[in-house]
Design a protein around this ligand. Structure first.
Ligand code: ADP
Ligand code: ZN
Length: 601
């Protein structure tokens, strides 16, 4: 039986009409004192799953979060809703700490955020033993997993919570899905008796697109200018150098871009992260060091200009787009060199063979996604064990790629690899196919081999695409030492003519160009031209209110809420109260100001 006031709290405090997905079940389970393990994709709405039980139960919820830098914004978000919340971490003075402890003991605090190392100190343990703890929420619970990439040793110690506080309910939350990690969370946090709530991992508002790379930076700039002028976005790159270069390139072209990678000093990283969170329209160019715990709801695009190493990584990174549920883009540019480079990195790496094997499998799943002609979303969800229908919101659904019978071309390419001795890279193989007399060709007498010039009927780009797909499909592999191309066992039946292959068609330059000028793709907020001035006015009102309090704009109202205001144009405070995201506190604090903006003329 759901506790009677959960929905009422959702509506009055948060201003949302109804629970999403499994939120209602989770809230009532935890509010009734049950333990829970919650797996929900980024943007699914995990926070409410412990925030509402925290409001329903007596005492204070202790929220374990690994990200000190982000606690302040989380707490500020709760203050904006009129909820008494605080955090404890190493950045505070003794006086501040004492004040928080006092509010905790008095029972006035409803939520307290702490880093795990702080939680486990004798002082804090003692405090919790004598004070009113309503529940424990363990955010980013996958940090307990030693196999995951976010491992935090302090998380291991959290098993003590169950021993010391056996009657306090615990809720662990994560967006990382795989079975191994899940089992590890259960074991290490002693959640054997917890109810598991696993949501669909689909993010329907994200449009997935994977394009063939020719000049990644130029393509990226086109993409941003064409579809995301002034929007917030994240661009992921593989190396620090590429982060620096790309950020500079975007800045040179008038886009406010900031770099973020582990090689920058912690000051610079913190400053760039804060600017990304607080200012409008910043593009963060980053390695995968950036992103965990970034709650910014209005990230409109995530672009990858290098191929990620695994589908898990790709999905987690792209998941940072569109947390607010509004249309967003995940855009990836990918080419032959990416495949070569990542394969080489695995083979030349120091990892033991067993781990290399895992890395190869992960890369191969990622390549499968990049090359598929089927629905991207279906392919991704299938990888995570979900079945679904074609989505209608990915590149392959929207304009189904043409395939062609590439058996003949594949045989030419494979036999050219074979004739030249299986030790040369793609560039040289293509030169031989095209019959180019380069120095290297002449030095190795490759103008004498039978495959010299047999590929003149197709342009270089076509051959790159063929080689890339043969590599991705496992007909070719890279040789460990110098990264030269070699045939695999799969190649033999193809060479012997026993097998045919269908490959993805070549990119159509024309079509891309036709799209240009149409401005915004479907993945945008869809503001009618007549409304544009009003939209800008709403945004600048939000900006002014946020600046006055030195908080991020999205903590005042999210884009989704502003858009709902723009569409409904409420005329009174009573009507304003019906806008999704306008709760009692925000109605009182900001309602009139936004009504004034809506009816200024
Ligand atoms: P997660 O932590 O799972 O990534 P959040 O808790 O940050 O997701 O929620 C993502 C966004 O969705 C937030 O802006 C949040 O306010 C909003 N949201 C969550 N639950 C609901 C709901 N039931 N109705 C409307 N918006 C919601
Ligand atoms: Zn699709």
């Amino acid at each position: 039986m759901p506790p009677p006031n959960a929905l009422q709290l959702l509506q009055s405090i948060f201003g949302y009409e109804q629970f999403r997905g499994r939120q209602a079940d989770i809230v009532s389970h935890v509010a009734n004192g049950g333990d829970a393990l919650v797996l929900m994709p980024t943007g699914g709405g995990k926070s409410l799953c412990y925030q509402i039980p925290a409001l329903m139960r007596d005492g204070c919820a202790v929220v374990v979060s690994p990200l000190i830098a982000l606690m302040q914004d989380q707490v500020e978000g709760l203050h904006q809703l009129g909820i008494d919340a605080a955090f404890l971490n190493s950045t505070q003075t003794l006086d501040e700490t004492r004040d928080v402890e006092r509010r905790f003991m008095s029972g006035s605090l409803k939520l307290l955020y702490v880093a795990p190392e702080r939680l486990l100190t004798p002082r804090f343990m003692g405090l919790m033993e004598s004070g009113p703890v309503s529940l424990f929420a363990i955010d980013e619970a996958h940090c307990v997993s030693q196999w995951g990439h976010d491992f935090r040793p302090e998380y291991i110690g959290l098993s003590v919570l169950h021993e010391r506080f056996p009657t306090v309910p615990r809720i662990a939350l994560t967006a990382t899905a795989d079975a191994l990690t899940r089992a590890e969370i259960v074991k290490r946090l002693a959640l054997e008796n917890a109810a598991e709530f696993v949501s669909s991992f689909d993010r329907p508002n994200i449009r997935y697109r994977i394009v063939e790379k020719d000049n990644a930076r130029k393509q990226l700039l086109d993409f941003i200018e064409r579809e995301h002028d002034g929007d917030v976005g994240i661009v992921y790159c593989l190396s620090r150098k590429r982060v620096e270069d790309t950020a500079q390139f975007l800045c040179d072209n008038g886009i406010t871009a900031l770099p973020y990678h582990a090689g920058l000093s912690s000051d610079v990283r913190a400053r760039n992260q804060t600017r990304f969170l607080r200012e409008d329209g910043i593009v963060m160019v980053a390695t995968i060091a950036f992103g965990m715990g970034i709650d910014k709801p209005d990230v409109r695009f995530v672009a990858h200009i290098d191929l990620p190493k695994s589908l898990e990584g790709y999905y987690q990174e792209t998941g940072r787009a569109g947390r607010d549920g509004l249309p967003s883009n995940a855009w990836l540019a990918y080419g032959l060199n990416d495949v070569m480079q990542l394969k080489e990195m695995i083979e030349n790496g120091q990892a033991p063979e067993a781990q290399k094997q895992v890395e190869r499998q992960k890369l191969s799943a990622m390549l499968g996604l990049a090359e598929t002609v089927a629905c991207r979303r279906q392919t991704i969800l299938a990888y995570f064990g979900e079945t679904s229908a074609p989505c209608g919101n990915c590149d392959n659904c929207l304009s189904p790629p043409k395939t062609w019978d590439a058996t003949e071309a594949a045989r030419k390419a494979l036999s050219c690899v074979f004739r030249t001795g299986q030790r040369f890279g793609a560039g040289h193989i293509i030169d031989v196919l095209l019959g180019k007399r380069t120095d290297k060709v002449e030095m190795h007498l490759h103008d004498q081999v039978s495959t010299f010039g047999i590929g003149k009927d197709m342009p270089e780009a076509a051959w790159r695409s063929v080689l890339r797909q043969l590599l991705a499909g496992g007909y070719l592999q890279t040789e460990p030492e110098f990264g030269g191309l070699q045939l695999t066992d799969l190649a033999r039946p193809l060479l012997r003519g026993e097998l045919s292959v269908q490959l993805r068609g070549l990119p159509e330059k024309k079509r891309e160009r036709a799209e240009r000028g149409q401005k915004r793709s479907a993945a945008s907020l869809d503001i009618a031209p007549a409304d544009d001035a009003l939209w800008q006015a709403l945004r600048s009102k939000r900006r002014a209110l946020a600046d006055a309090q030195a908080v991020p704009a999205y903590l005042i109202f999210s884009d989704a809420t502003l858009k709902a205001m723009l569409d409904a144009k409420p005329a009174t405070l009573a009507e304003m109260a019906h806008i999704s995201g306008v709760g009692a506190q925000k109605l009182e604090r900001y309602g009139l100001e936004f009504l004034d903006v809506l009816h200024a003329s």
